[in-house]
Write a protein that binds this ligand. Sequence first.
Ligand code: NAP
Length: 250
Amino acid sequence: MTQRPVLLVTGGSRGIGAAVCRLAARLGWDVAVNYAANRAAADAIVSDVKAEGGNAIAIKGDVGSAQDIISMFQTVDKHFGRLDGLVNNAGIVDAQQRVDEMSVERLERMMRVNVTGSILCAAEAVRRMSSRHGGKGGAIVNISSMAAVLGSASQYVDYAASKAAIDTFTIGLSREVANEGVRVNAIRPGVIDTDIHASGGLPNRARDLAPSIPMQRPGTAEEIADAVLYLLSPTASYITGAILNVSGGR
Ligand code: NAP
């Protein structure tokens, strides 16, 4: 079993998740880097973690698949023999649409990946970390969004609703396991300059929205990673059920 604490980051291969993996390695974690499709990007993050002296593996798996989630955690068990933290980061947006234009297929995929996937991953983590299950404790950070509060009208209300579900899930799970050594918190990023906007058909979205952000700029993935690693750390030992806006005032 590895001596360093082990962190699983879903969607750890690009954007916010990749920044979390890199900073975690610098702060002494070993890292399981989950990805959906882009093996090369995941391998690059594994190399970055190793360059910081950490152990790392890339694990392919779709958090929209319950079977993939079970396999992913089994791979973590086999490779590291322990789990100390989970960052529920994998998430998707879709093309800009009004609610009255959205298909049922779109809605089901959005909820399956962003909501059901995060809940199933958290359940697997609790089975390993909670003292109720013989675990040694740990921390979960869920990546929500300011969209949960703002609603994303005429862009993707379905995405905003999925993130609001993450907020409520964070509060509920945190109270369920507070006495079992597991802390559960969430971060609401504002507009962060990553590839996710291009995947929703708006590659310039982060820069275009800058004038509407009180700080007049998008955030960086590294600024979100700083907050994630704080909430994972023992410095945050009395923080659970918190939802932290990291949004430049938005
Ligand atoms: P991103 O740049 O699009 O990266 C997404 C990552 O998630 C990639 O590593 C991708 O893997 C992985 N992924 C996508 N679908 C997956 C699935 N079904 N199963 C497993 N992994 C999957 O996204 P990001 O901007 O870093 O966003 C990360 C999180 O922050 C999301 O939950 C997002 O909603 C949230 N967020 C982002 C912003 C923002 O402005 N960027 C704002 C608020 C909240 P592949 O490389 O293999 O595709």
